[in-house]
Ligand binder design. Structure first.
Ligand SMILES: Cc1ncc(COP(=O)(O)O)c(C=O)c1O
Length: 398
């Protein structure tokens, strides 16, 4: 089915429904995007009810809506509701999944050079503690992931392929569907970090054919900070050990035995913010009502304009490489520190962030980048906002 582009009337409506879009330009969506007003109202209303009714009583009142968050997550990624768990952020989700794998000395983990800092630390930790080997597939000269190099790197020792779909500080994307085919063919567990891509790009866990996936709420999903979720395929649930357990994650068999509950919620704990869980659900509902394919089309369009306009400017280098690019645009202004660019833009009510080497260390080191300016667009941004940012950058050079 053909995707219809978001029209100017819709964009105006989404902006009117997002107080944060007034009076400033927000190009820090890869950091944390602006919540729709309905998400903020949902969280506040719930907190008020908690205060008025009592925490457990409020939970009771909202039990259907709370459960619906899981249904909405499942719909967003085309999973079964028994395959999702709500967690506080992507690092927690990824850490629960990765650290639950029963690694033995000599097991191999294959990753790409775009991997996120927390995940790289996880590999190094498993190397120290379990004696695993981790292999990094370098991107080719055009910045594309090499499927051929991946196939060549796989051995009988390969236990896991772990890939970050969209890196923290780079505009390219990893071919997670094609990687999934290779993982499946070789019967290797496959873990995808979709932290930057959920709400940004359509994510279909059946198409990706991943066993596990981790997501944060605050980035392209427009959910409140402190929210996230994990996906674990039914068939993989017994291959990963829960790191923590409470009465929510198990069923008693007898006084001295228990069994894990029969779904992904064995990987979450009972106590969490119900208000934020509801806010997460509301943000997903808001995105699904628009359509992720339409969101993705609009993001590509805006990021394309931004790269073009920056590329035309003298003294600006756009760093994004690879054939498939996303809403994260990274660049440098010759002779001006990225931190100074960020501050100057902030003085003009324009939010961007600085992508530091540490976040995507292997890629940044390889490309001799210590930091970059990261301007990340969402569907509610406009062409005019891009022009305003470029005008400020032009003036900065004089
Ligand atoms: C690619 C990627 N993965 C994981 C994370 C970690 O997400 P969180 O801060 O929600 O744990 C980030 C955060 O910037 C990220 O960019």
């Amino acid at each position: 089915m053909e995707t219809t582009a978001l029209n100017p009337r819709e964009i105006q409506q989404f902006r009117a429904e997002t107080k944060g879009t007034a009076g400033k330009i927000h190009f820090n969506n890869a950091g944390s995007s602006l919540n729709p007003d309905i998400v903020v109202d949902t969280v506040i209303e719930y907190l008020k009810d908690e205060a008025l009714l009592g925490g457990y009583e409020a939970e009771n009142k909202y039990s259907v809506a709370l459960e619906n968050t899981y249904t909405l997550i499942a719909k967003l990624i085309n999973a079964d509701v028994s395959e999702v768990a709500v967690v506080e952020n992507a690092s927690v989700g990824w850490g629960i999944l990765f650290n639950g794998i029963d690694f033995k000395k000599g097991d191999e983990v294959i990753t790409s050079e775009m991997e996120y800092v927390s995940n790289l630390i996880g590999f190094l930790h498993a190397q120290k503690v379990h004696g695993i080997v981790f292999k990094v597939i370098p991107n080719d000269a055009k910045g594309n992931f090499s499927l051929k190099a991946l196939e060549e790197a796989i051995s009988v020792q390969t236990k896991l392929i772990a890939i970050t779909h969209i890196a923290s500080s780079a505009g390219g994307m990893m071919p997670i569907v094609e990687i999934g085919k290779i993982a499946r063919k070789n019967n290797i567990l496959y873990l995808v970090d979709a932290c930057q891509s959920a709400g940004h790009v359509p994510i279909d866990v059946k198409e990706i054919d991943c066993d596990m996936l981790s997501v944060t709420g605050r980035k392209y999903m427009r959910a409140p900070r402190g929210t996230g979720f994990l996906f674990i395929r039914k068939a993989a649930q017994d291959k990963v050990k829960p790191l923590f357990m409470d009465g929510h994650s198990i069923e008693w068999i007898s006084e001295d035995d228990y069994k894990l509950r029969d779904d992904a919620r064995r990987f979450e704990l009972y106590e969490k913010s119900r208000a934020l869980t509801l806010g997460l659900g509301k943000a997903i509902e808001y995105a699904l009502n628009i359509g992720i394919d339409r969101i993705w089309q609009r993001i590509q369009y805006l990021a394309g304009i931004m790269r073009l306009r920056l590329g035309e400017m003298e003294g600006v280098t756009v760093h994004d490489i690879g054939d498939q690019k996303c809403g994260i645009v990274t660049f440098s202004l010759h002779g001006t520190e990225s931190g100074t660019v960020k501050s100057k833009l902030a003085e003009n009510n324009i939010n961007v962030s600085v992508g530091i080497a540490r976040s995507t260390l292997i890629y940044m080191n390889k490309n001799q980048l210590s930091n970059v300016v990261r301007a990340s667009v969402h569907y509610y941004n406009t062409e005019e906002e891009i022009e305003v940012m470029c005008d400020v950058l032009k003036k900065m050079k004089h």
